[in-house]
Design a protein around this ligand. Structure first.
Ligand SMILES: [Fe+2]
Ligand SMILES: [Fe+2]
Length: 238
């Protein structure tokens, strides 16, 4: 693993401006990526899920999740604006989406599976950011973490209910078969130059490969160990 060359905390936006160009670039890249992906996810999954939710209680929870995901975008975007990222770069327009964002949500079961898996992937990313050297980003990660945990737990709880019937079980498995193969790419390419930059700058601690392996282990525990469903075979190396 590349040793971090920057380990001392960078305490503020003003302090960031005195850091080497490479460090500033790394911070802008990661903030931009979170701002874009949080907005994409909210638009493609969380907001449409409100209409798909089968009863008022679940609509209420879906509203809460949509509110929180839009809120994550707003907070990352505010930090992005403070550190000089042009606003146009913090929306999905004109940016090639992760493949998981290309498929419109068709059912409530799909939403529950996306929350269970994609938000677990997000938890891993945010866990890394909670220890990053840029303190405003670390603080933002600490604020969003309890909400991401709630989203993934919501996915686990709703899937646990759904698999109690034969029909629900089939639908959850079908949603897993459709969405899960797109998940490993969420962690980025193996031997990624961006990831090396992030680690050098103390923005991330783990390689994309290590995070992907950790995710596969954690998601397998939930899907196979807890739900007793089958995790589709996927190529782990992107
Ligand atoms: Fe989020
Ligand atoms: Fe989330």
């Amino acid at each position: 693993m590349t040793p971090a060359t920057i380990t001392a905390p960078v305490k503020s936006v003003a302090a960031l401006m005195d850091m080497p160009e490479e460090y500033q670039t790394a911070v802008r890249k990661i903030v931009r990526s979170h701002a874009v992906n949080e907005l994409y996810g909210a638009q493609v999954y969380d907001e449409p899920a409100i209409a798909l939710a089968p009863n008022p209680y679940l609509k209420w929870l879906a509203c809460r999740i949509a509110m929180e995901e839009y809120g994550h975008h707003v907070r990352f975007r505010q930090l992005g604006e403070q550190i000089g990222i042009p606003a146009a770069e913090m929306t999905p327009q004109g940016k090639k989406p992760l493949s998981i964002f290309e498929f419109p949500l068709k059912s409530w079961e799909e939403f529950c599976v996306v929350k269970l898996t994609a938000d677990l992937a997000e938890i891993l990313q945010v866990e890394d950011l909670m220890q990053c050297t840029f303190l405003p980003l670390r603080n933002l990660a600490k604020m969003t973490m309890p909400e991401e945990i709630f989203h993934s737990q919501f996915g686990k709880d709703t899937c646990t209910e759904l698999v109690k019937t034969e029909e629900g079980r089939k639908k959850v498995q079908a949603a897993l078969d459709q969405y899960f193969p797109m998940m490993p790419a969420f962690f980025g390419k193996s031997n990624s130059a961006n990831n090396e930059l992030y680690r050098r700058c103390g923005i991330k601690r783990h390689t994309n490969e290590a995070m992907r392996a950790d995710f596969m282990k954690r998601v397998r525990e939930v899907v196979e160990g807890h739900l007793k469903l089958k995790l589709p075979e996927v190529a782990e190396a992107a």
